[in-house]
Structure formats: C-alpha cells, structure tokens
Design a protein. Structure first.
Length: 273
C-alpha cells in the first residue's frame, strides 16, 4: 500500500508539472492558479458597486437614436468564467434604424437568421462577425429592426485580463497595449471583453455573464458629438447622417471628427472633462 501511494504521488507531481498549449484564452483565465481577485483598474475608476443597480428593460425601451445617446457614460460589465469582472464605460456608439436605413443589416425590414436579434425586445444583444474573424456587438432598441452598435469603451476594471484576451486574438506579434488601445473600436472591445457569436440574442437585463450598470456624472448635451458613422461605404444620404455619437474630448474614442468639434467650439460649447 505505501508503494502504491508513492506511485500515485509521483504521477500527480508529473501531471502538475506538465504544461499544455492554451486552446482558449477564456479557459486560461478560468484555470489560472492564484488569479488576482481584484484585477487592475483604471485610476479613475471610483464607482461604488453596491450602489450601481443593473440597468433594466425600461432603459433599453427607447427609440434607437435616443438609446445611442443614452448609452454614453453607462457601464458595460462582463463576468468571466473565473468570476472576475471587466468594466468599461461606453464612450462611442452608432445608431442603425432598420427599415429605410440603407446602412442597417435590417434595411427594408428584412429579417434573416443572422439579424434576428435586431427584431427582438429592446436590450437584446446582436453580435455578428465581420471578415470571418472579428465580432461587433449591438443592442436592440425600440423600432422594427433597430439597434445600437457599441463602438468604444473606456476600460475601468480588469485591464490585465483585457490585455490577455486581446493578445490571444491578435495575429500580430505580442505588444503591450496601452489603456486607450484596448477597446477603441467595435471589434477591439469584443476581443477585450471575450464577446463572440455565443452572446448573440442574449438579454442584457437577464444574462449572468454580461449586463450594464448606470454610470456616474453622465454627459450633458454639450459633451456629446454627433457625426457620421464609420465604414458604411456608399449608402447615399445615409452615409452623411449624424448617427454616430461620442464623448467629446475622451481619448478612448476610436475616431474623432475635428471639423464638427471645431464647429461646436465656435458655438461656445466647452469640451467635456
């Protein structure tokens, strides 16, 4: 019996010292021994979680443009399999109105297997793939086939985990990403938050792995830039409509419109902090 116990102990030690390639970055996060229960946070992150109730259905149940603007300053929360939470402040959005909107996946009111989430109740996630590689995340609103694209986040909590997830999804040589590079684009934020097609059609008011909480010091009208959407190609008048919204002066925004900002400055609007 002692000899058997000794062999079992040797086998256990051999297994614990054997490393295997990581197949999934989320699995790695889930199994990393001694993981820090309090991930690195932005020095500006001071929200008291116990006072941050989850946004409910009535918040999402508003017209698309209104929801796109209302998202600015709110906080997206993603709970990883290992229990750690990633927090990001929404700083840039785009509205896609469905129906007559030539840039919308639901233009003409056409419902497909791919865009079903756009026709579901407000607050439903619509996640689609671009270039066969990257993902983009939208949230349905009022209006048949209408949804809001989340374009950029300001990382607040879990920055180290975000870097690890971004690094795992990038083919380029690993390079330490600066804070402002983590979520400054729709596919980047999906990488950083571990969002893929499995999140399509999830309900932000009910899901245990992703939800939103109210932000603090929400922006005023003078702090919001309304300009044209990005990368929608030749969509006639719809390419020129001011349906992209971002926080003026925020360094985490993906693309700034200097012309519009100059016009705002000339009109007497002061930059947001």
């Amino acid at each position: 019996m002692p000899r058997k116990r000794k062999l079992l102990a040797q086998l256990s030690a051999l297994q614990s010292n054997t490393s295997f390639p990581q197949i999934d970055a989320l699995e790695k996060l889930n199994t990393t021994p001694g993981a820090d229960p309090s991930p690195k946070s932005s020095k500006y992150f001071v929200i008291e979680k116990k006072n941050s109730p989850q946004l409910q259905a009535d918040f999402f149940n508003q017209p698309c443009v209104s929801l796109a603007r209302s998202f600015l300053g709110q906080i997206l929360v993603r709970k990883l399999p290992d229990g750690r939470e990633l927090w990001g402040r929404i700083v840039e959005t785009e509205a896609y109105l469905g129906g007559e909107d030539e840039a919308s996946h639901s233009k003409g009111g056409k419902q497909t297997q791919r865009n079903t989430a756009m026709f579901m109740k407000p607050g439903t996630l619509y996640v689609y793939q671009i270039y066969g590689i990257y993902y983009c995340m939208n949230v349905s609103s009022q209006g048949e086939g209408a949804a809001v694209l989340l374009r950029s986040l300001e990382p607040l909590q879990g920055l180290d985990a975000m870097r690890e997830l971004r690094r795992a999804s990038r083919k380029a040589p690993a390079k330490l990403l600066k804070d402002w590079q983590l979520c400054n684009g729709p596919s980047k934020l999906c990488q950083a938050f571990g969002i893929d097609k499995a999140f399509d059609q999830r309900d932000l008011t009910q899901d245990a792995a992703i939800w939103m909480v109210p932000g603090q010091d929400l922006p005023g009208e003078q702090d919001v830039v309304a300009t044209t959407r990005i990368g929608i190609g030749n969509r006639g008048e719809w390419a020129q409509k001011p349906l992209r919204f971002y926080l003026r002066g925020n360094k985490f925004v993906s693309v700034v419109d200097k012309k519009i900002e100059r016009e705002m400055a000339a009109g007497g609007h002061s930059p947001c902090s």
